[in-house]
Design a protein around this ligand. Structure first.
Ligand SMILES: [Mn+2]
Length: 320
């Protein structure tokens, strides 16, 4: 049973506690890592001991912003806080081994699916990013330092896709505007996050575009990314961020299926759709699901076996 708290209550409660460990979620993104770094930074500025878990899946892009807050081995926390994490199943493996969900004193989140696992919850699903809630909380603890400012800009900018996704609203711009007044390096961070790519990313994108199959007068596109392509491009998971968005970014494509061959065999398929086409319905045919605009499923079949099956379902949904 959780207690729902307000931003003011959260700030007051944090000022009374010490020895913080902040938990980020599996496959950490800019929002969970930026939220954790900003919270740790603000708690330290308030004279507290605060660390973030050393999340093993943190990619090279985000490491410079979170590394300095990583908890040393053997750190014994008194106050465990989870950020941007909807349920304990999303804790990294190393965290699940050491920490029971009942030990979480506070969760700060913006997912409507938050399972209310923590003793206290500050969750506002109307916010585009968890970072915006963190901003409101730590602004009550004192002045934000440069680490917190950069980390929160990363949180807000990444969860809104550089202020381009459907969730982008006045609140996201408001927080970004405050961060800009506080000196956030907007152009530099945008270049790092959105305007630069690794050579491996360019290589895998090149293979994807040359392999892409256009169907039904270009209204659908299917691409398969094999293990062999991953190997020859040198791409790793960090290079694959949002790769499933490529087919529907092409004019005229209403539905795009991206088949990812898994190293252990089988495939993971991501379907993205333009308004009017139901990606969730397409994936439900294969036992998967998600949202209208983005959905997915996994299969034991190979990419070559799956491709014709996906094409025939796409035809049905595109023809509607
Ligand atoms: Mn988030």
């Amino acid at each position: 049973m959780t207690t729902t708290i307000t931003i003011d209550e959260c700030a007051a409660w944090l000022s009374e506690r010490d020895r913080f460990l902040i938990i980020t979620h599996r496959r950490p993104d800019g929002d969970t890592l930026g939220s954790a770094a900003a919270l740790a930074s603000a708690l330290r500025a308030a004279g507290k001991t605060a660390y973030a878990v050393n999340n093993a899946e943190t990619t090279a892009r985000y490491l410079p912003f979170i590394e300095k807050f990583h908890a040393p081995d053997g750190f014994v926390p008194e106050t465990i806080v989870a950020v941007d994490t909807a349920s304990p199943e999303l804790f990294p493996d190393a965290v699940s081994k050491l920490i029971a969900p009942a030990d979480i004193e506070l969760a700060i989140d913006h997912h409507p699916s938050n399972t209310l696992y923590a003793k206290r919850t500050l969750c506002d699903p109307s916010r585009a990013s968890c970072g915006e809630i963190i901003f409101d909380v730590i602004s009550r603890l004192g002045e934000l330092g440069p680490d917190a400012v950069s980390a929160l800009y990363i949180a807000v900018a990444t969860d809104t896709g550089c202020f381009s996704y459907d969730n982008t609203d006045a609140g996201a711009f408001f927080t970004a505007s405050r961060l800009a007044s506080l000196g956030a390096d907007i152009a530099g961070l945008n270049r790092l996050l959105f305007r630069s790519r690794t050579r491996a990313r360019v290589a895998i994108e090149g293979m994807i575009y040359s392999d892409m199959q256009f169907l039904f007068d270009g209204r659908a596109a299917v691409v398969a990314i094999t293990n062999a392509m991953m190997k020859s491009s040198g791409a790793d998971e960090d290079d694959m961020e949002n790769i499933a968005a490529l087919p529907v970014s092409i004019q005229g494509v209403l539905a795009g299926a991206t088949i990812r061959e898994l190293r252990a065999g089988g495939c993971k398929v991501s379907v993205r759709a333009a308004p009017g086409v139901d990606a969730n319905g397409i994936c439900a045919r294969f036992g998967g699901g998600g949202h209208t605009a983005a959905a997915g499923f996994t299969s034991k079949l190979s990419p070559e076996e799956l491709r014709p099956q996906i094409i025939s379902v796409l035809e049905e949904f595109i023809a509607r």
